[in-house]
Each structure stands twice: as C-alpha cells, then as structure tokens.
Design a protein around this ligand. Structure first.
Ligand code: NAD
Length: 395
C-alpha cells in the first residue's frame, strides 16, 4: 500500500512539484491545500488527478489539513512560514517535506531559534522531516558525495559556493507575488514591524543554495563565520537598508575553509553552484581534478540512478502541467527530471520513499539547520563589518 500526501502551498514553486508527487508510484492519495481557492481548483479540476484526488481532500486552511488523516505534508508556502508550519505539522503527527530555506525573516536570532525548534521537534516527535534543498540533488552534488564517500578528495581543504541572483532577474516579481496573497499581505505588516524595530535582514538569510552543496559534500558544519556587506547601488529601491550582497568566510568542523557569496546585485546571468577542494583531488566546473589529470564530466555521469519505475512515472508529469503535449518542445518532453538541475524528481522520490519505508531521509532537519544557520550568523557578522561569530551546530 502506498502513502497519502497533502500538498500545502500551490503557488509558483508548489505547482512544479504537485504533478511529480501525484505521479510517484508509491503515492496513493493526494490532498490539496492553499488559502487561494483558485490555486486548489487548478489541480482539483485536472482529469489527470482524478485517480488519486478526492474532492473531500481539498482544503483552504492549514488547520483543516492538519486534522485530516494524510500521512505527510509537503510545505511549499512562502519562505517566512516554513519552520512554524513544519513544527505544527510534526506536532500534529505528520511527516514533513519543507521547501527552503528553513525560514527567512529579517531577524537572524529568530532564524537561529527556529533552527533549534525544528530539530528539537523532529527528534522529539519522531516524525520524518526532509529539507527540499534543490542543490542537494544537483548532479554535481550527487557526484561529489559519491567521491567523498570513497575518500577520493583526501582531506578537504577549501570549498566555495555562490547564489548569484540579480534583483533584475525576476526577484521584484517574485516578491510582489509572494506578498500579494492573503498570507503575503499579513507578512507585509510584519515586515513593517521589523523595520520599526530597526531590524535589517540580508541575502544570507536565503543561503541554502550556496551553503548546501559544500556542507553536504564535506559532511561538515560551520563553526565560525565572518562576512562583509555590500550596500546596494543599482537596487536601492528594492533593497532599502538591506545589503544587496554578502560575502562570508567560514571555518568548518573538519578544519577546511568555506567561502560563500549571496549576491542580489551582480552583472551575471545567475548561478547557484559550488567547488570543493581536497588534498588528494578536487571538483570544479563539472571536472574532477587530481594532481596529474583532469576528467570532464557530463550531467549523466554525475547523477545517481533513479529506479526505472519512478523514472517512467515522472516521464508523464509534464503532460499533467500542459495537457496539450503538442505545445511542448522535444526537450521539454524529455525533461522529466524537473527543474534546478533535475533535482525536483530526486527530492520527490527521496521523501516519498523515506515515508513509505519509515526511514530517515537524505536531507534532514539537522542538515536544514546547518545550511540555514551558517547564513544567519554570517549576516550578523556582516552587520558588524566582518566580526567573527561562533556558528551553532546540531548533533
Ligand atoms: N530552488 C528552490 O529550492 C526554490 C525555488 C523557488 C522557490 N522556493 C521556495 O518555495 C517557496 C514558495 O515559493 P513560491 O514562489 O511558490 O511562493 P508563492 O507565493 O507563489 O506560493 C506560496 C503559496 O502558499 C500559500 N499559503 C501560504 N500560507 C498558507 C496557509 N496557511 N495555508 C495554505 N496555503 C498557504 C499561498 O496562498 C501561496 O499560494 C518559497 O518559500 C521559496 O523559498 C525554493
């Protein structure tokens, strides 16, 4: 028998995942939840959902789906809601898949408090918690984790990662949409309250695409952080007092150094990627390098395999998004692994199988806390112009 899943948050990103969760062979039943009724209706009306969706499983409120009998909730609401909703879901006996970051609000100490609370709740309740960091299942990360498990890097000496996303590349529109829904309008008032209290956030409060790769590959956490801010020049209208860019240096628990850039003002088409260096071998720019040779790698070389039946199930998912398949390009029809380097399919498969097998998933609450807290502490340092801060960690 398969599992039942409730999809909470059917906005832009949730919509990428809805057809994949629905298609997974181990999912028997899908429930839908969003405060915006038309976002539930969009999927509820789809004929392709009828075999796994019953209209009684449509919810307009989170409280109502918490009271339902679904096994697990997939929380893809806005970034300030993830941790509080995950904690409530685990307390209500649900397994949780949580979009990244664990939480992003202007107050770094509040973020660190939520990291504690999510890890503690997952441990105490025994519910499965998986963090949906897309970098975790990029082909490069999968490959490096395999090489790290073999010991092929030797001792890690250095890693660097970045999330370059210039405000001009859609970020204003993303903010307008996220603040435009009912939950968004409530949060806009909260943001005003942070401002009145003089609390200024920063790009390091959305750090998991840049920290997630190196931390996961090295299987080490940050112990000390120092960061510098760069004040917005072109994007002052969007950033206000918030630094546009923050560059951080970390001492890691394995002795290596890690450099992380979170940039929102940069003349670059955008990148979320990392490089990792050991004293025996290194990985950079899709290439494995040791002291005498370099080996370029394709995405296919780097990816882990997906079970054939799961791959087959996902091959139809794009048709659920665009029923008129003739409008899809050949590349889109083949692109069944989903966005962010094909990571979506792996995230869905890992969470569904972890719940079905009642086991710990690959990317846990502790990982979520380590990826998120490194950024929160780096931001605190950036506000003090590079003072070193200790970074908390979770065993
Ligand atoms: N690469 C990545 O991992 C990646 C990429 C994009 C977005 N994201 C994350 O995905 C999340 C969602 O982003 P988005 O762009 O889809 O946002 P969005 O605003 O389009 O969608 C969020 C949805 O959640 C719903 N919602 C909020 N509170 C609710 C509640 N209490 N009950 C039911 N529904 C509720 C809203 O009505 C909205 O439809 C963000 O937090 C973002 O950080 C991650």
């Amino acid at each position: 028998m398969g599992i039942s899943i409730g999809l909470v948050g059917l906005g832009s990103f949730g919509n990428d995942f809805a057809p994949m969760f629905k298609s997974h062979p181990l999912v028997d039943r899908v429930a839908l939840c969003d405060q915006e009724p038309e976002r539930v209706k969009f999927w509820a009306d789809k004929e392709a959902f009828a075999d796994k969706f019953d209209p009684k499983d449509a919810f307009a409120e989170f409280d109502a789906i918490l009271e339902s009998d679904v096994d697990a909730l997939v929380i893809i609401t806005q970034h300030w809601l993830h941790a509080p909703m995950s904690v409530r879901a685990m307390e209500a006996g649900k397994h949780v898949y949580c979009a990244v970051p664990l939480i992003s609000v202007p107050d770094a100490d509040e973020i660190l408090g939520w990291c504690d609370k999510v890890v503690e709740t997952a441990q105490r309740t025994g519910q499965i918690f998986m963090f949906g960091e897309t970098t975790f299942y990029r082909p490069q990360t999968m490959y490096c984790r395999r090489r790290a498990a073999e010991g092929a890097f030797g001792d890690f000496v250095y890693a660097e990662g970045e999330y370059f996303h210039d405000v001009d590349h859609g970020l204003r529109e993303v903010w307008t949409r996220r603040l435009g829904s009912r939950s968004g309008r409530e949060h806009a008032k909260e943001l005003e309250a942070y401002k009145r209290r003089g609390i200024v956030g920063g790009p390091m409060h959305y750090p998991t695409h840049s920290t997630g790769g190196p931390i996961s590959v090295m299987n080490a956490h940050a112990v000390k952080a120092a960061a510098l801010p760069f004040a917005a020049r072109l994007h002052k209208d969007h950033c206000g007092e918030t630094p546009a860019n923050e560059t951080a240096l970390f001492r890691m628990s394995n002795g290596a150094h890690m450099r992380i850039c979170e940039y929102r003002e940069i003349g670059h088409r955008g990148r979320e990627m990392f490089r990792v260096y050991g004293n025996q071998a290194s990985f950079e720019h899709d290439t494995w390098c040791d002291k005498t040779s370099t080996t370029p790698l394709t995405e296919k070389d780097m990816r882990d395999p997906l079970p054939p039946e799961v791959q087959q199930a996902f091959q139809g998912f794009r048709a659920l998004l665009a029923p008129d398949r003739s409008k899809l390009s050949a590349k889109e029809r083949e692109d069944f692994l989903g966005g962010h380097g094909g990571s979506h399919s792996y995230l869905v498969h890992e969470f569904v199988s972890a719940v079905a097998e009642n086991r710990t998933p690959a990317c846990t609450a502790r990982d979520a806390a380590h990826y998120t807290a490194a950024g929160a502490v780096a931001h605190k340092s950036a506000l003090r112009d590079g003072e070193w801060f200790d970074v908390p960690h979770w065993e």
